[in-house]
Design a protein around this ligand. Sequence first.
Ligand code: GLU
Length: 465
Amino acid sequence: MTVRTRFAPSPTGFLHIGGARTALFSWAYARKHAGEFVLRIEDTDVARSTPEAVQAILDGMNWLGLSWDEGPFYQMQRMDQYKRVIQQLLDEGKAYLCYCSREELDAMREQQMQEGKKPRYDGRWRPEAGKSLPAVPAGVDPVVRFKNPLTGNVVWDDLVKGQISIANEELDDLIIARGDGTPTYNFCVVVDDWEMGITQVIRGDDHVNNTPRQINLLQALGAQIPQYAHLSMILGDDGQKLSKRHGAVSVMQYHEDGYLPEAVLNYLARLGWSHGDDEIFSMAQFCEWFGLDHVTPSAAQFNTEKLNWLNNHYIKQADLARLAEDIAQRLALAGVQVHEGVDLQGVIALYRDRAQTLNQLADSVAYFYRKPEVDAAAQEKHITADIVPVMHALFAVLEGLEWTQDNLHHAIEQAVTANALKFPKVAMPLRVMITGGAQSPSIDAVMTLLGKSESLARMQAILRA
Ligand code: GLU
């Protein structure tokens, strides 16, 4: 049987880190087993679903490269299917109409609470042999309830959590259609998982409580029961519920913040799953290794430092042309236009080892394309009165120099030895003049990339002031 998994987000918010990990694991499971991965948008909560949220899901999936083989299917476009199956269950006597009003249900709940019982629907409209049902009240649109088995247990071997068993006594007769005929959440999921031939349902463990109800419904429909895998939640850096500071933001926010998709994917893969001590691996490798048996049932903890470490790793590895395109866009957003006079790929090569994010990288190379603001403290510290004449002399040498890194290095060395100075005594003021600050990679490399006329102009601007 072909493995078929699905990702079934509700478009009521952005696609966040938890959702993305669920998508990744479902996708990887399908890829590992040469199966199919279905994308389904669960948009029946019309009050909370938005087209923007749908778009954010599609954007997030595309950015991460989690390609789907079928879909996206939209539940709102499948209403006829659900209604047909509801009718089928009614016809087969597996579901029934319930005319309880809201007030009646409230009273029922109230009384049960008073008696110290768990509130649940008492089955008063459930047809049973020999039982007479109440008279149908006028003016009430009935809901449809599923005849849940009264006894026995629902048992499944959760592929992450192990065996789970829930007594049917705990479950009351689920409403599968509201008074206006619209199907309810659990019912749509069941019909879809069934009709879409889903073999493994991989989802967040906030759905564990839905599973026994869904299994009972599937059984009533004569459907093959899929395997279930419930993924534990993801906690924030601080062990608390994921907050906006870490993870509870849109996946696309990571793009904006300067993370590479391969870093986010690699990071997500290790959130609750492991393969020995392997930390860095490609998605091809992940799909080959992935199995639910190595997914931990305990909560995973978000770790920004590790994400940054991985991002730095992938920035160091990335194709320079790709990075250049990305960095140029980020710089443009910051109002800095990249021009051909300074080789952006060369600049990136010089800086990327230190960058944890692409935004940091863009930030650190911006001075190549716009005049830096000179840090006053650095200027005061390094461009001292005694060094200014040395700088003037160096300037004169540089003016006549053929602009290569070797020549530059040599010229700086000469200024150092001629004046019996230590190397930083010359390199630091130069750095401040060229970059605006006291930190940069080797200054001859920086000046080579920046070019002769701009380097000299920056020196002059300070020496003349
Ligand atoms: N739509 C549900 C959610 O976004 C997931 C349902 C499921 O995976 O069964 O939480």
